[in-house]
Design a protein around this ligand. Structure first.
Ligand SMILES: Cc1cc2nc3c(=O)[nH]c(=O)nc-3n(C[C@H](O)[C@H](O)[C@H](O)COP(=O)(O)O)c2cc1C
Length: 199
């Protein structure tokens, strides 16, 4: 193996070992350029996919559509929570205007197919993870959130076709400050050698 490959390998490993999310509300502009977004989404789409069904897709929300997104979220909130206060509506305005690029990841499983929907949803999850990694590799910070918005019928109707659902809102931008890592599970707590059942 030559030195360059070793170097590549160690930087890829260090990338995988250091990826962490940023809080979307704390991100700063600029987000990725159009070319970088194409690259991020191309990498994101390169995932295991049993049956090659491509059971997911992306919807990006342009900068000049953020006001419309805010209006959608405010309308959905009013519909879902009669006790929502001004502060709650203001939070939706803020969410819709978070910095960076916004990708809405859509789970689009093929129903009544021999590949179970569960496996198709798992494939969608790997897309989200790849997207985070690609953003990190390009020097950005990304954050994947759901919250009530991802489950709101009105918000879903604005992004999804029937049978689809929102897997997450993924914001990609820059960190305002050095990100703190969060505690990671002890390997020993998630790794067991298989014990075959006693016969
Ligand atoms: C499907 C999904 C939905 C999530 N939704 C939220 C959310 O609504 N709010 C939140 O604070 N974190 C949410 N998270 C967690 C963050 O995206 C992030 O992964 C975590 O805070 C930090 O872990 P990391 O640095 O390993 O990415 C979600 C994660 C996943 C996979």
């Amino acid at each position: 193996m030559n030195g360059t490959m070793l170097n590549d390998r160690s930087s890829i490993l260090s990338l995988l070992e250091t990826r962490r999310s940023g809080k979307p509300r704390e991100l700063l502009d600029p987000g990725p350029t159009v070319e970088e977004m194409e690259r991020i989404l191309t990498i994101a789409a390169r995932v295991p996919d049993h049956g090659k069904l491509t059971p997911w897709r992306f919807v990006t929300v342009a900068d000049d559509q953020r006001d419309e997104l805010a209006a959608l979220l405010r309308g959905a909130l009013a519909e879902e929570d009669a006790s929502a206060t001004d502060a709650h509506f203001a939070k939706e305005d803020e969410f819709a205007h978070y910095a960076g690029q916004l990708v809405v990841l859509i789970s689009a499983p093929v129903e009544n197919h021999k590949i179970p929907v569960w496996e198709q949803q798992l494939s969608c999850g790997t897309v989200g993870m790849n997207l985070l990694l690609a953003a990190h590799a390009l020097g950005y910070v990304a954050g994947w959130v759901t919250g009530w918005r991802a489950y709101s019928p009105r918000v879903n109707a604005a992004f999804c076709e029937p049978g689809e659902r929102i897997a997450g809102f993924i914001f990609i931008g820059h960190a305002a400050r050095e990100l703190e890592d969060r505690p990671r599970p002890e390997l020993a707590s998630v790794w067991r050698l298989w014990q075959p059942p006693q016969r």
